[in-house]
Design a protein around this ligand. Sequence first.
Ligand SMILES: [Zn+2]
Length: 396
Amino acid sequence: MLERFIKYVKINTTSKFGKNGKPNNNGQKKLASVIVKELKSLKLDKVYFDKKHCFVYGLLKGDNNLPKLGFISHLDTSNDRFSKDVKVNIIENYDGNDIILNDKVVIKTNKYPDVKEKKGKTIITSDGNNLLGADNKAGICEIISMLEYFCNNNCKHGDIYVCFNSNEELGIGSEYLNKKYFSPDIVFCVDGNALGDLSYENLNSALAEIKINGIMSHYGYAKDIMINASYIACLLNSMLPNETPMNTDGLEGFYHLKKIKGDISRCNLEYLISDFDIGKFEAKKKKLTSVISKLNNKYKGCINYKINDLYYNVKDIILKKKDIIDKTIDIIESTGVYVKIVPNRGCTDGPGITNKGITCFTIGTGVHNYHSLYEYVCLEDMEMVSKILIELVKKW
Ligand SMILES: [Zn+2]
């Protein structure tokens, strides 16, 4: 598991849009090719690499009378920070104290108390200069370990579908999922979160793209002439409620200022607007629209914007299948791991797949502090997640 994980994190798969506006998949294609080779060496019944969209599919055939299970994990890593030239830091028999990655980055136990629970185990981090990328290379390793088990052991199982997809971090990870190659009855999206976490409720989210066009003039003679686009951007942000990812948690929604770039003549902003409750989600979009309209009235219509819905909460769809939830929890807990139902505040594949008509749960990979330099994963948790995946296949 460790060897494979290190091999994967050494390949930079940061997801980003290229100059043509399409995702640049070059790094992800490298990792995909490595995975294709591994799947072929396992002698799966089918392996298919959709090079155009950078999706790898695999199928291990089983008993037709048993449910068909699917497992999916994304190839890319967050573009919040590069995962280039990752130097892996392995701490065996962790002593339970602060983990110093470098003189600036320290995983402090008082700030990240979960890490203390890993005392005596093996912790993996980066050297604090780049993202480790365990989100979601841990998930890929866990799925492939599960596959290895069924390829090497003669035990009864239904068809096992796997998919390693691209660009989840851009919010389009399930868009190109092809049901011709991936058609299980239930899918487990192995992504993010701690060991034992299970999600089936996600945020409704929309992306607001805002362009402010200013009017330049010399600052000494700017009265009643200048419209400072960056200043108006600051005003706009200050007129929104103080509900941001920095001060919300659990089922609370937020306005997330993702990007801001500007000067006097123009300023562009991007907000992710999210809420678990559809009514509150609509109200948040309305609030942003009314703030923009007030500013447009005052500053000569200088703001253009568009708001596009990205995805919706699939809780109501999943709750109709309560028996599937209960059985999944029972199987996971039979391994001795306590299941914690957590609202999914980030992963976009699970809801995307459910919206495509296949029930999908997101289950934790054992990764903590993802999308940050403080990211870490516990090796024993990864092994346990793989065991959970094996039990899911055996007992469904
Ligand atoms: Zn992820």
